[in-house]
Ligand binder design. Structure first.
Ligand code: DC
Length: 238
């Protein structure tokens, strides 16, 4: 089957990465978690005093530090997925904390940060057979992706899922705190100037509030099969 580029965008905690990983596994595609890249930059900024205790970012200092920040993915044979590395250190756990979640949107709204990450994403994803998830993949990073999905889900459902994820990692919050944090992030992602979160015109909306992971995967695999069928038909007509 011909390999394609799959762009998955959408709101926070909609299960984008769950779907992306399942697809990557099923199709033997590579997966690029672009949110993890902005999170790794945020970890660098927190560690180096570029973000203070009140979540104020020293934007100039961060921009000046960008050359010292290297974000890579390294395949983890135990989990069968790639871990995020910041300057050769595995930061997969650290990037998923509430502290990072509470400030990552602001970091990702800085033009120079985006330019660096988008260039890296285009380089990492240039061969077909790749799935990227994020906020601006279908609109900006790979606007010619053959399949674009825009994921959404009910706010309470999303908050519950994220709460479960946090508590499984020993981080405890109330449902309200988690919901507030993710809705705040959505608002920032939608309203920022640089490549905001917006549905690409040709993206297919996937609302997974009431469907299981398996049903969701089946739905997308069917979309891919249909795409391949249409493309084969078009080729045979020429
Ligand atoms: O997908 P995530 O929750 O790990 O993303 C973290 C933040 O990074 C998100 O709030 C917005 C930002 N982001 C972005 O601006 N563009 C992307 N392509 C991916 C993430």
């Amino acid at each position: 089957m011909q390999k394609i580029t799959i762009a998955i965008d959408g709101y926070s905690s909609c299960g984008k990465s769950t779907l992306a990983k399942a697809l990557a596994h099923k199709l033997n595609y590579s997966y690029i978690d672009t949110g993890a890249m902005y999170r790794a930059v945020t970890v660098y900024a927190l560690r180096n005093g570029i973000i203070d205790e009140n979540n104020n970012i020293n934007v100039e200092k961060l921009i000046a530090s960008l050359d010292n920040i290297e974000v890579t993915f390294v395949f983890n044979p135990q989990t069968h997925i790639s871990d995020t590395y910041l300057n050769n250190e595995n930061v997969e756990r650290e990037i998923r904390t509430m502290q990072v979640s509470s400030i990552v949107s602001k970091v990702s709204s800085i033009k120079e940060v985006r330019e660096k990450m988008v260039a890296l994403q285009r380089k990492m994803g240039k061969s077909k057979g790749v799935i990227l998830d994020g906020r601006d993949i279908g609109t900006n990073v790979f606007p010619k992706a053959e399949l674009k999905l825009f994921m959404t889900a009910d706010g309470d459902v999303r908050a519950h899922r994220r709460l479960t994820e946090y508590s499984s990692k020993g981080q405890y919050f109330t449902l309200e705190e988690v919901k507030h944090s993710l809705l705040e992030r959505d608002t920032e992602d939608i309203n920022r100037k640089e490549n905001p979160l917006i549905k690409a015109d040709d993206a297919i909306i996937l609302d997974n509030s009431d469907i299981s992971r398996e049903e969701q995967l089946e739905f997308v695999l069917k979309l891919i099969a249909d795409l391949q069928f249409i493309s084969r038909q078009e080729q045979s007509q020429h």
